[in-house]
Design a protein around this ligand. Structure first.
Ligand code: FES
Ligand SMILES: [Fe+2]
Length: 372
């Protein structure tokens, strides 16, 4: 929902058609972007006990998280080192005990990835269990957010997210719990969703309700270049948060300054996460590429545990508001996808209010070009 009053788009044009509709470009993105960036998976609180496991996929990476006996969260490729069977399945994910046992021939691993037993093989001279531990991928946690990197990271997750560190501390991201989740299947390329979130030029026409709560000209950007972009929007005088009646659904998050209690901030983390701190909750959108023109968006609202423990806790007004706003956004993203499919499509010019979209495009094209 961001726009900019502090940077002009300076004549940038939208991305060429190929980037939005070409399956070949979609494949190139896997190597040039997704294998080279930290990707958000889930909140630490979503790794359920007693199994301590969380199964997920990132296109053709079948992975799972495991909370080790030492408390550390690790990410592994979800195949057995014997003959490749999937280990953590949708059926056993929540019921597996502290050991990870393959459903095929019962090789068994601990939650740190070591092979503990392989029936009839452990006493073979040629067999060394040390060689056959689970394959890991890089995994780091930042204020309760679990990220993985399926390639070789050029910087730590903490370094990557350094521009957002003050917000993470002020909003106490670490303590927040998932209160609500809604999953959407959007028939649009992931970049159209990114671009849509990055400007509020569309807000008066697409989101009349949102525009009443945060008038689109009250936006600014405190991060205007690179993989993290965005900034705050000020709430109207007569409203407390983004909800269907403009009233908070919980107390303000502890420790926020007076100014922070009067604003909403919108940040994009390339390539797959939006974080939007509100006075009383934090909104997340996680984007999962499915095909060149299909993206799954997982939308979550995070709350302070004390708010969630209140008997009268009821986030419905915030959920209703964001569900409506999300659906309004997905509709225009899908319209854009369909229009850009036309063989005669020509990219148009950005307004000054779309400078963050232009900054996203620049970073995206740099990644695609430099990785060649
Ligand atoms: S495939 Fe896992 S034990 Fe054989
Ligand atoms: Fe929008």
């Amino acid at each position: 929902m961001k726009n900019s009053s502090n940077r002009s788009a300076n004549g940038d044009l939208a991305l060429p058609r190929n980037y939005i509709v070409s399956p070949a470009n979609f494949e190139l993105e896997t190597e040039h972007i997704f294998n080279r960036h930290w990707q958000y998976v889930c909140r630490t609180s979503e790794i359920m006990e007693p199994s301590g496991l969380y199964r997920f996929e990132l296109l053709n990476n079948q992975l799972f998280l495991a909370r080790g006996e030492d408390g550390e969260i690790r990410a592994f490729r979800n195949f057995c080192r014997h003959r490749g069977s999937e280990l953590v399945t949708s059926e056993n994910c929540q019921t597996m005990g502290s050991r990870i046992q393959c459903p095929y021939h019962a090789w068994t691993y601990d939650r740190c990835g070591a092979l503990l037993s392989a029936p009839n093989m452990m006493d073979m001279d040629s067999f060394s269990s040390d060689q056959w531990g689970l394959k890991s991928v890089h995994c780091e946690v930042w204020h309760g957010f679990v990220f993985v990197h399926v390639g070789e990271p050029s910087e730590s997750l903490t370094e990557f997210l350094a521009p957002l560190e003050p917000h993470a501390v002020d909003w106490n991201f670490e303590s927040l719990l998932v209160g609500v989740e809604i999953v959407y299947d959007v028939q649009a390329n992931w970049k159209l969703i990114f671009q849509n979130y990055s400007e509020c030029y569309h807000c008066p026409s697409v989101h009349p309700a949102l525009n009443r709560l945060t008038p689109y000209k009250g936006a600014s950007n405190d991060i205007a270049a690179g993989p993290i972009l965005g900034g705050p929007m000020m709430l109207s005088d007569d409203c407390q948060t983004m909800s269907s009646d403009g009233r908070r659904v919980a107390n303000c998050l502890p420790g926020l300054s007076e100014e922070q209690q009067r604003m909403v901030a919108y940040y994009t983390l390339f390539p797959g996460l939006f974080i939007s701190p509100h006075p009383d909750y934090v909104l997340l959108h996680r984007l999962e590429r499915k095909t060149v023109e299909q993206t799954q968006v997982v939308c979550q609202l995070l709350f302070h545990p004390e708010a969630m423990a209140e008997p009268e806790f009821d986030p419905a007004a915030a959920v209703e508001f964001w569900d409506l706003t999300n659906r309004q956004d997905w509709r225009v993203c899908e319209l854009a996808q369909r229009g850009i499919k036309d063989a005669g499509y020509e990219p148009g010019p950005y307004a000054d209010l779309e400078s963050v979209v232009a900054a996203f495009d620049r970073y995206y094209r740099e990644q695609m070009d430099t990785a060649c």
